[in-house]
Design a protein around this ligand. Sequence first.
Ligand SMILES: Cc1cc2nc3c(=O)[nH]c(=O)nc-3n(C[C@H](O)[C@H](O)[C@H](O)COP(=O)(O)O)c2cc1C
Length: 207
Amino acid sequence: MTAKLPYVLILFYSRHGATRAMAEHLAAGVESCPGIDARLRSVPPVSTTCEAVDPEIPEEGAIYASLDDLRHCAGLAIGSPTRFGNMAAPLKHFIDGTAELWMGGALIDKPATAFTSTSSLHGGQETTLISMLLPLLHHGMVYAGLPYSEVELMETSTGGTPYGTSHLAGKRSDRPLDEHERRLIFAQGKRLARLTLALAASRSKGS
Ligand SMILES: Cc1cc2nc3c(=O)[nH]c(=O)nc-3n(C[C@H](O)[C@H](O)[C@H](O)COP(=O)(O)O)c2cc1C
Protein backbone atom coordinates (compact mmCIF):
# COMPACT_ATOMS: atom_id res chain seq x y z
CA MET A 1 0.00 0.00 0.00
CA THR A 2 1.42 3.42 -0.91
CA ALA A 3 1.39 6.08 1.81
CA LYS A 4 -0.85 9.07 1.17
CA LEU A 5 1.08 12.19 0.26
CA PRO A 6 0.54 15.45 2.15
CA TYR A 7 -1.51 17.92 0.12
CA VAL A 8 -1.87 21.62 -0.50
CA LEU A 9 -5.52 22.62 -0.51
CA ILE A 10 -6.30 25.10 -3.28
CA LEU A 11 -9.53 26.64 -2.11
CA PHE A 12 -11.15 29.10 -4.49
CA TYR A 13 -14.29 30.74 -5.76
CA SER A 14 -14.70 31.66 -9.41
CA ARG A 15 -17.79 32.92 -11.17
CA HIS A 16 -16.44 33.41 -14.69
CA GLY A 17 -13.40 31.15 -14.73
CA ALA A 18 -10.45 33.54 -14.36
CA THR A 19 -9.70 32.59 -10.74
CA ARG A 20 -10.25 28.95 -11.63
CA ALA A 21 -7.58 29.18 -14.37
CA MET A 22 -5.20 30.65 -11.78
CA ALA A 23 -6.01 27.81 -9.36
CA GLU A 24 -5.18 25.23 -12.03
CA HIS A 25 -1.81 26.83 -12.83
CA LEU A 26 -1.00 27.06 -9.13
CA ALA A 27 -1.82 23.34 -8.80
CA ALA A 28 0.66 22.57 -11.60
CA GLY A 29 3.31 24.49 -9.64
CA VAL A 30 2.54 22.52 -6.46
CA GLU A 31 2.71 19.21 -8.32
CA SER A 32 6.02 20.09 -9.94
CA CYS A 33 7.44 19.53 -6.46
CA PRO A 34 7.92 15.81 -5.69
CA GLY A 35 6.25 14.32 -2.62
CA ILE A 36 3.17 16.51 -2.41
CA ASP A 37 -0.29 16.63 -4.01
CA ALA A 38 -2.57 19.52 -4.94
CA ARG A 39 -6.24 19.27 -4.00
CA LEU A 40 -8.52 21.70 -5.86
CA ARG A 41 -11.75 22.61 -4.09
CA SER A 42 -14.28 25.36 -4.71
CA VAL A 43 -17.03 26.89 -2.58
CA PRO A 44 -20.71 27.26 -3.53
CA PRO A 45 -22.20 30.65 -4.35
CA VAL A 46 -24.23 32.36 -1.64
CA SER A 47 -27.59 33.94 -2.28
CA THR A 48 -29.58 36.80 -0.82
CA THR A 49 -32.58 34.46 -1.10
CA CYS A 50 -32.37 32.41 2.10
CA GLU A 51 -34.34 29.52 0.60
CA ALA A 52 -31.90 29.04 -2.29
CA VAL A 53 -30.04 25.74 -1.89
CA ASP A 54 -27.38 24.64 -4.31
CA PRO A 55 -26.77 21.02 -5.31
CA GLU A 56 -24.06 19.37 -3.18
CA ILE A 57 -21.94 18.72 -6.25
CA PRO A 58 -21.31 21.59 -8.70
CA GLU A 59 -22.30 21.08 -12.34
CA GLU A 60 -18.70 21.63 -13.42
CA GLY A 61 -15.27 22.29 -12.01
CA ALA A 62 -13.75 21.45 -8.63
CA ILE A 63 -16.03 19.89 -6.04
CA TYR A 64 -16.94 21.91 -2.98
CA ALA A 65 -14.53 21.98 -0.05
CA SER A 66 -15.40 20.33 3.24
CA LEU A 67 -14.07 21.36 6.63
CA ASP A 68 -12.04 18.15 6.61
CA ASP A 69 -10.30 19.19 3.36
CA LEU A 70 -9.09 22.23 5.25
CA ARG A 71 -8.43 20.46 8.58
CA HIS A 72 -6.06 17.91 7.04
CA CYS A 73 -4.25 20.05 4.49
CA ALA A 74 -0.52 20.60 5.00
CA GLY A 75 -0.61 23.97 3.18
CA LEU A 76 -3.28 26.27 1.75
CA ALA A 77 -3.72 28.54 -1.27
CA ILE A 78 -6.90 30.59 -1.40
CA GLY A 79 -8.16 32.43 -4.45
CA SER A 80 -11.02 34.79 -5.09
CA PRO A 81 -12.18 37.28 -7.67
CA THR A 82 -11.95 40.81 -6.34
CA ARG A 83 -15.32 42.11 -5.18
CA PHE A 84 -15.24 45.79 -4.29
CA GLY A 85 -11.59 45.49 -3.29
CA ASN A 86 -12.30 42.49 -1.07
CA MET A 87 -12.64 38.72 -1.29
CA ALA A 88 -15.96 37.41 -2.64
CA ALA A 89 -18.75 36.57 -0.18
CA PRO A 90 -18.85 32.81 -0.93
CA LEU A 91 -15.24 32.40 0.15
CA LYS A 92 -15.75 34.60 3.21
CA HIS A 93 -18.85 32.57 4.05
CA PHE A 94 -16.82 29.35 3.96
CA ILE A 95 -14.06 30.86 6.10
CA ASP A 96 -16.60 32.14 8.61
CA GLY A 97 -17.64 28.52 9.12
CA THR A 98 -14.17 27.44 10.26
CA ALA A 99 -14.36 28.46 13.95
CA GLU A 100 -14.16 24.80 14.98
CA LEU A 101 -10.77 24.49 13.24
CA TRP A 102 -9.62 27.76 14.79
CA MET A 103 -10.54 26.56 18.29
CA GLY A 104 -8.69 23.29 17.75
CA GLY A 105 -5.65 25.05 16.23
CA ALA A 106 -5.84 22.81 13.14
CA LEU A 107 -4.04 25.27 10.85
CA ILE A 108 -1.36 26.58 13.21
CA ASP A 109 2.15 26.71 11.64
CA LYS A 110 0.92 25.63 8.20
CA PRO A 111 1.91 27.84 5.26
CA ALA A 112 -0.64 29.73 3.19
CA THR A 113 -0.82 32.00 0.19
CA ALA A 114 -3.48 33.85 -1.82
CA PHE A 115 -4.33 34.83 -5.40
CA THR A 116 -6.94 37.02 -7.06
CA SER A 117 -8.36 38.14 -10.37
CA THR A 118 -9.74 41.59 -11.21
CA SER A 119 -11.36 43.40 -14.11
CA SER A 120 -9.33 46.57 -13.75
CA LEU A 121 -5.64 47.05 -13.05
CA HIS A 122 -6.09 49.32 -10.04
CA GLY A 123 -9.32 47.75 -8.85
CA GLY A 124 -8.04 46.40 -5.53
CA GLN A 125 -5.74 43.44 -6.24
CA GLU A 126 -3.53 44.04 -3.20
CA THR A 127 -6.39 44.83 -0.84
CA THR A 128 -8.16 41.62 -1.86
CA LEU A 129 -5.02 39.57 -1.26
CA ILE A 130 -4.65 41.17 2.16
CA SER A 131 -8.33 40.57 2.94
CA MET A 132 -7.67 36.84 2.44
CA LEU A 133 -4.48 36.97 4.53
CA LEU A 134 -6.25 38.34 7.63
CA PRO A 135 -8.30 35.25 8.63
CA LEU A 136 -5.33 33.02 7.84
CA LEU A 137 -3.25 34.90 10.42
CA HIS A 138 -6.04 34.43 12.97
CA HIS A 139 -5.76 30.72 12.26
CA GLY A 140 -2.02 30.85 13.05
CA MET A 141 -0.93 30.13 9.48
CA VAL A 142 2.41 31.31 8.10
CA TYR A 143 1.77 33.58 5.12
CA ALA A 144 4.03 33.29 2.07
CA GLY A 145 3.78 35.85 -0.74
CA LEU A 146 6.15 36.07 -3.69
CA PRO A 147 9.78 37.23 -3.44
CA TYR A 148 11.29 39.64 -6.01
CA SER A 149 13.68 36.87 -7.04
CA GLU A 150 10.71 36.07 -9.30
CA VAL A 151 11.84 38.50 -11.99
CA GLU A 152 8.36 38.79 -13.52
CA LEU A 153 7.33 40.87 -10.50
CA MET A 154 9.46 43.72 -11.87
CA GLU A 155 8.58 43.10 -15.50
CA THR A 156 4.81 42.71 -15.39
CA SER A 157 2.52 45.49 -16.55
CA THR A 158 -0.59 43.41 -15.76
CA GLY A 159 -0.99 41.15 -12.70
CA GLY A 160 1.53 40.02 -10.08
CA THR A 161 2.30 41.36 -6.61
CA PRO A 162 4.59 40.40 -3.72
CA TYR A 163 1.43 39.62 -1.69
CA GLY A 164 0.49 36.86 -4.13
CA THR A 165 -0.28 36.55 -7.82
CA SER A 166 -3.01 38.70 -9.28
CA HIS A 167 -4.49 38.52 -12.75
CA LEU A 168 -5.90 41.27 -14.90
CA ALA A 169 -8.89 39.52 -16.47
CA GLY A 170 -10.42 42.56 -18.20
CA LYS A 171 -13.93 43.93 -18.33
CA ARG A 172 -15.54 40.62 -19.31
CA SER A 173 -13.17 38.46 -17.28
CA ASP A 174 -12.09 36.79 -20.51
CA ARG A 175 -8.47 37.91 -20.84
CA PRO A 176 -6.33 34.78 -20.44
CA LEU A 177 -3.37 34.69 -18.06
CA ASP A 178 -0.38 36.20 -19.83
CA GLU A 179 3.17 34.85 -19.67
CA HIS A 180 4.17 36.88 -16.60
CA GLU A 181 1.05 35.98 -14.66
CA ARG A 182 1.37 32.30 -15.62
CA ARG A 183 4.97 32.12 -14.47
CA LEU A 184 4.20 33.88 -11.21
CA ILE A 185 1.26 31.69 -10.25
CA PHE A 186 3.25 28.56 -11.11
CA ALA A 187 6.18 29.81 -9.01
CA GLN A 188 3.80 30.62 -6.17
CA GLY A 189 2.47 27.05 -6.18
CA LYS A 190 5.95 25.58 -6.33
CA ARG A 191 7.20 27.75 -3.48
CA LEU A 192 4.16 26.93 -1.36
CA ALA A 193 4.76 23.21 -1.95
CA ARG A 194 8.40 23.51 -0.87
CA LEU A 195 7.50 25.50 2.26
CA THR A 196 4.67 23.09 3.04
CA LEU A 197 7.03 20.11 3.02
CA ALA A 198 9.63 21.97 5.11
CA LEU A 199 7.12 23.10 7.74
CA ALA A 200 5.46 19.67 7.87
CA ALA A 201 8.87 18.10 8.56
CA SER A 202 9.61 20.64 11.26
CA ARG A 203 6.19 20.08 12.92
CA SER A 204 6.66 16.33 12.95
CA LYS A 205 10.04 16.75 14.68
CA GLY A 206 8.32 19.02 17.19
CA SER A 207 11.01 21.67 16.58
C1 LIG B 1 -20.00 42.44 -7.41
C2 LIG B 1 -18.70 42.55 -8.14
C3 LIG B 1 -17.71 43.39 -7.66
C4 LIG B 1 -16.50 43.53 -8.33
N1 LIG B 1 -15.55 44.36 -7.84
C5 LIG B 1 -14.40 44.56 -8.53
C6 LIG B 1 -13.41 45.45 -8.04
O1 LIG B 1 -13.51 46.02 -6.96
N2 LIG B 1 -12.31 45.64 -8.80
C7 LIG B 1 -12.13 45.02 -10.02
O2 LIG B 1 -11.13 45.28 -10.69
N3 LIG B 1 -13.03 44.11 -10.47
C8 LIG B 1 -14.15 43.87 -9.75
N4 LIG B 1 -15.07 42.94 -10.20
C9 LIG B 1 -14.74 42.12 -11.37
C10 LIG B 1 -14.15 40.74 -11.00
O3 LIG B 1 -13.19 40.85 -9.96
C11 LIG B 1 -13.44 40.14 -12.21
O4 LIG B 1 -14.35 40.04 -13.27
C12 LIG B 1 -12.80 38.81 -11.92
O5 LIG B 1 -11.85 38.55 -12.94
C13 LIG B 1 -13.81 37.65 -11.93
O6 LIG B 1 -13.14 36.44 -11.63
P1 LIG B 1 -13.77 35.03 -12.04
O7 LIG B 1 -13.68 34.93 -13.55
O8 LIG B 1 -12.90 34.03 -11.36
O9 LIG B 1 -15.18 34.99 -11.55
C14 LIG B 1 -16.27 42.78 -9.52
C15 LIG B 1 -17.27 41.91 -10.00
C16 LIG B 1 -18.47 41.80 -9.32
C17 LIG B 1 -19.53 40.87 -9.85
